[in-house]
Design a protein around this ligand. Structure first.
Ligand code: ADP
Ligand code: MG
Length: 720
């Protein structure tokens, strides 16, 4: 194995005469101990650490540095220092004091320091307290750079007092760890605390069995933690971190695989074999032929439906890629086999939209879906629920409430879930528990228009199979996307007016307002007035936002859909689903505030018909990251590529626009970076479950506990 192992306590000692007895290994208590139990750390440090989510010594040890300062190992003498070169020296302090300067914000601390080769002045900027803390006579390590001039001074970048109980060279020599820190808890202070906590690394639980560590070439947990904080070489630090990344991903993959296996074993689903009678009628009525990718998805779904093992499949394809028709064919197959099907949408508006689309797709196949949402009048809803319970209605469309509010089915065989990223692993489990009257589980098909890079899909949804539709149906021109700067705003309005005069329609998307929906609504209302009185005065302007009563919102949407308004000013309520082929231009205000995935969704609102689409994004990003996002948006219309870029730009976890909390959250792994580790972890997890399906062997006991802790929301996972 390549890394130089940190010698374990006890080993190789105590063998000879006079050797010291092996130190006692600290137990689990040392791992759970409070921060204030560390020498030199008080309540203030404890509170400051808590702000970083660090509540125990163990948490502290898992707070890894995000980079290292590479200082050289050896110290030099003062006489050897060269101008303009950074170096570390070991000196004795002779005198120190604060020098005010003429500049109000600048104060300099000057110290006379000496070593065997001579003496020098060392300086610090704006660190008055050092004049109180450092004492003449102190032995110091100073890291800094020698300035030019006739009396050159050493400008100090980092210093430490020797003999203070810490590890010598902690701040000044070799690879010095740099931590995410706060004002109250500086990287320097964190470094000291981690150094004090170092012996407690022996209390870390070794979760990965020896065979796996050996097979994957990973260091033991204690070595890994120590190496990640205080590596002796860059490679050692990487290996330490890698070990923690792999461990995290192994635990995750084990949980997901176990979940999938448990489902497959516990429940059988009805085998829904197609007879093609309805689906051939649906196909015959289509205005188009399916693309090859659509056909492949239809075949994959069809095959799954024909099995007794419940289907758990993710159908991903970006906006407008034609997922709905794939779902419609799956629904046909279910009904042909005598089962019922349900489609769940994340909002009532989307459920209504799906009803319209599916009505026209399924009509020729002799199917009339029923809508079950809170908006349907009670009496009518009762009638529909009876129809579902008795099996007179075969297809239901609604929000998730359709399944959770105790609507029962005669023989539910297929559940299609739209926009699956809004549901976590736990909700998926709840859905899976739903069964028809026969006690069989339903097959599940999840659809998402937020394309997820395959690597992420494997991690977050390791328990799902994936079908992907890339690209959009033939004959569509990609939406022309332009980043418009504030000084060209008038030209943007002119472009919109040109489209409106040609009979097309436009969206104007208002910025996200952090204070919430109310404030967002106010801003949107003001924007409507501004546009209607100014740049778009010649046209009718409608308004839709999240704080509107639902009738009002629906009216605004349908006015626009049916062409009674030319422009729809909206907040992100139009993000998903709304389908108005005559709308060809969308203007997005403060676009840098949106995530890339969300911008791509919004852009997908135009270019849905025969006319080419235009997307104008306004925004003056305050950060480099924001600028890169907008840049990326204008450069590609491939949602998958954008999703990958988003990963690279923002890191994982934000791909869905919001950070998801739950068992699939990652602490150490970065999917944009750790793809190899992900593959390794999947392999290791599979292999482990092959040799020990319940993780019940002694060497897997801690691994099992870790999986169960992570998936605490899913009780009895891994139970036989
Ligand atoms: P999404 O994947 O966003 O749900 P839809 O299923 O709503 O996409 O499809 C978008 C539009 O493309 C619809 O109007 C649909 O009728 C049309 N469409 C779907 N498949 C094809 C195809 N193979 N050729 C041409 N148009 C298609
Ligand atoms: Mg759709």
């Amino acid at each position: 194995m390549s890394h130089p192992p940190v010698p374990p306590f006890g080993e190789g000692r105590g063998a000879g005469w006079g050797a010291p007895p092996p130190p006692r290994r600290p137990g689990p208590d040392a791992w759970r101990a409070r921060i204030s139990s560390l020498a030199g750390a008080g309540r203030a440090a404890e509170r400051a650490a808590a702000d970083l989510g660090i509540r125990s010594v163990g948490d502290l040890l898992l707070h890894l540095p995000f980079r290292y300062e590479a200082f050289d190992e050896a110290t030099r003498s003062l006489g050897e220092l060269a101008v303009g070169e950074e170096a570390t020296v070991r000196v004795r302090l002779e005198a120190i004091r604060v020098h005010p300067t003429r500049r109000r914000n600048l104060r300099i601390v000057r110290a006379r320091v000496r070593d065997a080769s001579g003496q020098l002045t060392a300086i610090w900027f704006n660190q008055d307290h050092l004049a109180r803390v450092l004492r003449p006579g102190d032995e110091l390590l100073l890291r800094g750079e020698l300035g030019a001039g006739s009396a050159p001074e050493l400008s100090v970048k980092s210093h430490e007092v020797l003999g203070g109980g810490g590890s010598e060279g902690l701040h000044t020599r070799g690879l010095v760890p740099v931590y995410a820190a706060t004002e109250a808890l500086t990287p320097r202070r964190l470094r000291e605390l981690v150094d004090r906590a170092r012996p407690s690394a022996w209390a870390a639980l070794e979760v990965l069995p020896a065979w796996m560590r050996w097979r994957l070439g990973l260091p033991a947990i204690t070595d890994a933690i120590v190496a990640a904080h205080f590596p002796r070489a860059a490679r050692e630090g990487r290996l330490g971190r890698r070990r923690l990344v792999v461990e995290e991903l192994v635990v995750l993959q084990l949980g997901l695989l176990a979940l999938r296996r448990a489902e497959g074993r516990r429940r059988r689903a009805p085998a829904l074999r197609p007879n093609g009678e309805r689906s051939s009628r649906l196909r015959a009525a289509l205005q188009f032929t399916l693309t090859r990718e659509q056909e492949r998805a239809v075949a994959q779904v069809g095959r799954d439906l024909g099995r007794r093992q419940p289907m758990r499949r993710l159908l991903q394809g970006e906006v407008g890629s034609g997922k709905t028709v794939v779902a419609a064919l799956a629904i046909c197959q279910a009904v042909e086999a005598g089962a019922q099907a349900a489609l769940l949408a994340p909002t009532e508006t989307l459920a209504e939209q799906h009803l319209r689309t599916l009505d026209s797709l399924l009509g020729p196949a002799g199917l009339a879906p029923v809508l079950v949402t809170g908006r349907v009048p009670r009496a009518e809803r009762d009638r529909r629920e009876v129809a579902l319970r008795t099996g007179t209605a075969s297809v239901a469309i609604g929000t998730q409430a359709l399944l959770t509010e105790g609507v029962t089915f005669d023989a539910l065989g297929l559940v299609v879930v739209d926009e699956q990223h809004r549901f976590g692993v736990e909700q998926r489990q709840a859905l899976a528990e739903r069964a028809g009257a026969t006690g069989d589980a339903a097959h599940l098909l999840y659809m998402t228009a937020t394309p997820i890079p395959r690597t992420l899909a494997l991690t977050a949804y390791g328990d799902l199979s994936v079908s992907t539709i890339r690209g959009r149906p033939p004959g569509r021109t990609p939406v022309d996307t332009r980043w418009v700067h504030e000084d060209a705003r008038d030209e943007a309005y002119e472009a919109i007016r040109a489209q409106l005069r040609a009979g097309r329609q436009a969206y104007v998307i208002c910025p996200l307002v952090e204070e919430g929906a109310e404030a967002e609504a106010r801003a949107a209302t003001t924007e409507v007035q501004r546009l209607a009185a100014g740049p778009l005065a010649a046209f009718t302007v409608g308004l839709a936002h999240g704080a509107q009563p639902s009738d009002e919102k629906r009216a605004a949407m349908s006015d626009f859909a049916e062409g009674r308004t030319d422009v729809l000013v909206a907040t992100t309520v139009v993000e998903v689903g709304i389908d108005v082929p005559n709308a060809t231009v969308i203007l997005i205000e403060d676009a840098d505030r949106f995530g890339l995935a969300q911008l791509h969704q919004l852009r997908g609102r135009v270019g849905r018909g025969e006319h080419p689409g235009l997307c104008l994004v306004l925004g003056e990003p305050a950060t480099e990251e924001g600028a890169r996002r907008l840049e990326a948006l204008t450069q590609t219309s491939d949602g998958f590529k954008l999703a990958e870029l988003d990963l690279d730009i923002r890191g994982e976890g934000s791909i869905m626009g919001v950070r998801q909390a739950g068992p699939t959250d990652l602490r150490f792994a970065r999917l944009s970076r750790d793809r190899r580790e992900l593959a390794t972890a999947r392999y290791a997890a599979r292999r482990t479950l092959e040799i020990d399906p319940g993780l019940s062997r002694p060497e897997h006991v801690l691994l099992r506990a870790a999986v169960r802790e992570r998936f605490a929301a899913i009780p009895r996972l891994l139970d036989a």
